[in-house]
Design a protein around this ligand. Structure first.
Ligand SMILES: C[S@@+](CC[C@H](N)C(=O)[O-])C[C@H]1O[C@@H](n2cnc3c(N)ncnc32)[C@H](O)[C@@H]1O
Length: 158
């Protein structure tokens, strides 16, 4: 599952190359999902679901991999998003992603607070490196987390 897929601008090439995988692209916004469909709807193994990451319409342990790029800084209920992405993963499955964390760059934090949040693209409260590491370690047996500037990149195993 790619959640949130957005317009699929970053994942289009990857998903097109995985012809044997069953891929579900989920986003809350119909507009974003329509753009993702324009890029990927020729592929029978890729499907699109409008939904909320905080209430995923899937059974427990349905996915081998959940990818979440640039989503958690936009999600309004981050705790539910962590729980739901974990719930739908199979044991041994991978949770991979990246997003903005607060407290690493004054300039970026200013931009996020004064512009991106006001535009509605980012939604506080934001995670810090510490709160992200705590959240991942509570839910996953293996956690790799790398910080580059204000971005956190992680790969976890359930
Ligand atoms: C910055 S985009 C990231 C999209 C894509 N992964 C990327 O990196 O380009 C953030 C997306 O989160 C979606 N979003 C926000 N809240 C959501 C929610 N509760 N459930 C699912 N998607 C949500 C927005 O609609 C938007 O498409």
């Amino acid at each position: 599952m790619d959640v949130p897929v957005g317009t699929a601008v970053f994942t289009e090439k990857k998903w097109k190359g995985l012809k044997k995988a069953e891929i579900i692209c989920l986003d809350y916004s119909e507009d974003m999902l329509d753009k993702a469909k324009d890029r990927l709807s020729y592929y029978d193994n890729i499907s699109f679901v409008q939904g909320d990451v905080g209430k995923l319409p899937f059974e427990d342990a349905s996915f081998d991999t959940v990818l979440s790029m640039n989503g958690f800084h936009a999600f309004p209920d981050k705790k539910k998003a962590f729980l739901e992405t974990n719930r739908v993963l199979k044991k041994g499955g991978s949770f991979i992603g990246c997003f903005y964390i607060k407290g690493k760059s004054k300039r970026t934090d200013w931009l996020v607070r004064r512009i991106l949040t006001k535009k509605g693209w980012f939604t506080p409260p934001f995670l810090t490196e510490e709160s992200l590491r705590n959240a991942l370690h509570k839910l996953y047996s293996e956690v790799e987390c790398h910080i580059d500037g204000s971005m956190a990149f992680f790969k976890c195993k359930k």
